[in-house]
Structures are given as structure tokens and as C-alpha cells.
Ligand binder design. Sequence first.
Ligand code: TMP
Length: 214
Amino acid sequence: MQQNSRGIFITVEGVEGVGKSTNIAFITEKLNQAGIAYVVTREPGGTPLAEDIRLLLLQKRKESVSESTELLLMFAARAQHISQVIEPALNDGCWVVCDRFTDATYAYQGGGRGIAQDKIASLEHLVQGTLRPDYTVLLDAPVELGLRRARARAELDRFEQETMQFFDHVRAAYLAMADQMPQRYRVIDASQTLECVQQDISVVLDYMISRHQA
Ligand code: TMP
């Protein structure tokens, strides 16, 4: 296992129902096969305190949640997650595979809720300093397809109850980031069969592993 240099930070993003969990399991299997030490984690969440904040965020409630409250809770959870899990793992040379990160804030609170990008950017700077993902795998599929899958799964959380228009904005914000940051983003067509999605992910992972394990 290579553990001396700083680890690689991979985030996985996409609207609900695009298959993040299944494909994260596939990614970690590939890292196992390559003998790479990794930590797999998620946002909001990833530490006991941040998981408590996740519950606060996802719970449906009668009281309406202000956009700023939601934004600050996302970054409060993130601050804890970075200091307790992400930074220590990367410093130990472990790769970190994170189910969502700050691009989800740009997509959901920015694209979906309409919060200005510069507000999000100032919190990003405050909480993360220079920490950014090395790679972001965007699982992209038409919103309708993802929501149909997500809504068949379980009771809807506070986000899953949002309108189709909200998720259209979320998806558009992700695709805009992918356009702006082609060096970091790898967009995978998640509407294909699982086999094809995983073939595409394999190509992306093989590239990362060959680039950083050489
Ligand atoms: P999950 O269902 O993918 O675990 O994510 C939980 C929800 O939180 C999902 O609907 C997206 C939302 N979310 C945001 O709105 N902003 C964020 O910054 C993050 C990390 C998640």
C-alpha cells in the first residue's frame, strides 16, 4: 500500500437516484484491487456530530427552514467532517471517496434554492481554505429518471420532496460546473445500463490510479 504522499480526494455527485451508492461501492472495489488505502465517507455527515446535523437537515418539519440556515448547517457539518475525517485521511496518504461535497452546495443551495455563488464561495473559503477535490465524478441522468428511482425507494426526505423544477436547476448547476472545470470533472452518463456506467467509471479510475500510483 502506498501511504507516504498525500492522498487523492475524489467526490461523487449527482441528483437523487443516479446510483451514487452502487457506484461508490464499485469505485472502492477498484481501489481495493489496486491496493490503495482509502476512506469512504459522505456529506452531509461522516462524523457523529455531522451525522446529527444531517438528520436535522433531512428531517421534514412544519417549521420552514430558511435558506441561510440550511446553507450554514451544510457548512457546519462540512467543517467537522474535514477536520475529523478528510484532512487526517489525506495527510495519512489515504484516498478519500466522498459521497457529495461542496459542489452539492453550489448545485442544491445555489442552483436549487437560488443562493448567490459568491456567498457560497465565501463559506467555502472560510471552512476549506485551499482544500478542493482532486476529481469529481458526476453521475448525470435526466432528473425524471433519477427521481423515479429515488421515490420508489423509501419515504421522501426534505430534499426529495422538492419539485421537478428544483432538480432541473440542480442538474443544470452540476453540468455548468463540469463545463467550467473539465480538468477536475468526469461526467458519466448514468442513464446507461449499470454495466456501461461501470465500464466508464473503470476508465476514469484506471486513469487516476495510473497517474497517482506511478
Ligand atoms: P444524499 O441523499 O445523497 O445522501 O444527500 C442528502 C441530501 O442533501 C440530498 O438531497 C442533497 C442534499 N445536499 C445539499 O442540499 N447540499 C449539500 O451541500 C449536500 C452535501 C447535500
